[in-house]
Design a protein around this ligand. Structure first.
Ligand code: COA
Length: 180
C-alpha cells in the first residue's frame, strides 16, 4: 500500500523526498534529538539521501521502515516513521527538529497518521517502543491514546549501557472509542 499524503489544520504529511535530505540530516544530527535514538551523530547527508532515494523509489507501507515528513507550509518540522510488523500491525516512531518541540505538532501528525492506519490501511494494532527515560515521547504516546504495556529490562546494548525498552500500543477499537 502506498504511503498517503495527509493534511491537518496546521500540517501537511508526505513521504520523504530527496530534496528533504539536508534538513533531515541536520535535525537528526542534533545530539538532543538523537539522545534516545538508535543512530549515531553526525547523521550523514549520504545516509539521509540513501533513505530518501529508497522512499522515492517505493513510498510504501511495508516491512521496511518508511518515512513521512511533517511540514507546516514550507517549514520542515520533522518526520514520522512506520513499518508493518505482522498481520495488520505496525510500529511507529517520531522525530521533530528541536525548535519545533512543545507546539503539539508531533501529536497532530501522529493523530493524522493513526487515523489513516486504522481507517485507510485497516490496521488492528499500532505499537511503539522507547527508552523509558525519553519522557517527551512517553507523554506524546499517552496523549495519542497509547496504553503502556510494560518494559523489557536491559533489553539492548546502546551507547555503552544496557537499556530498557518500554512498550506502548493502541488498538483500532480503542482508537475509535477515544475518538467519540
Ligand atoms: C518525541 C517528540 C516528537 C515529542 O515532541 P513534542 O513537541 O513534545 O510533542 P507534542 O506534539 O505532543 O507537543 C506537546 C507539547 O506541545 C504543547 N502544545 C502547544 N500547542 C499545542 C497544541 N496546539 N496542541 C497540543 N499541544 C500543544 C503542549 O502543551 C506540550 O507542551 P509541554 O511539552 O511543555 O508539556 C520530540 O520530543 C522529539 O522529536 N524527540 C526526539 C526524538 C525521539 O526521541 N523520538 C522518539 C523515539 S521512540
Amino acid at each position: 500500500m502506498n504511503l498517503p499524503a495527509l493534511s491537518t489544520p496546521r500540517l501537511h504529511l508526505r513521504p520523504l523526498a530527496l530534496a528533504d535530505a539536508p534538513a533531515f540530516a541536520a535535525y537528526h544530527t542534533d545530539p538532543e534529538v538523537a539522545r534516545y535514538q538508535s543512530w549515531d551523530v553526525p547523521y550523514s547527508l549520504a545516509k539521509a539521501e540513501a533513505l530518501a532515494r529508497e522512499s522515492e523509489a517505493a513510498p510504501l507501507l511495508g516491512e521496511l521502515w518508511a518515512t513521512l515528513m511533517l511540514l507546516a507550509g514550507e517549514t520542515m518540522l520533522g518526520n514520522l516513521s512506520l513499518h508493518l510488523t505482522g498481520h495488520r500491525t505496525a510500529e511507529v516512531g517520531f522525530t521533530l527538529a528541536r525548535e519545533h518541540w512543545g507546539k503539539g505538532y508531533a501529536l497532530e501528525g501522529l493523530n493524522a497518521l493513526l487515523d489513516w492506519l486504522f481507517t485507510g490501511a485497516d490496521l488492528h494494532r499500532v505499537h511503539a517502543s522507547l527508552d523509558p527515560r525519553n519522557e517527551r515521547s512517553a507523554a506524546l504516546l499517552g496523549r495519542a491514546g497509547f496504553r503502556y504495556e510494560g518494559c523489557s529490562v536491559q533489553a539492548y546494548w546502546h551507547r555503552d549501557e544496557w537499556t530498557d525498552d518500554a512498550h506502548y500500543a493502541v488498538l483500532a477499537s480503542e482508537w475509535r472509542e477515544n475518538k467519540v
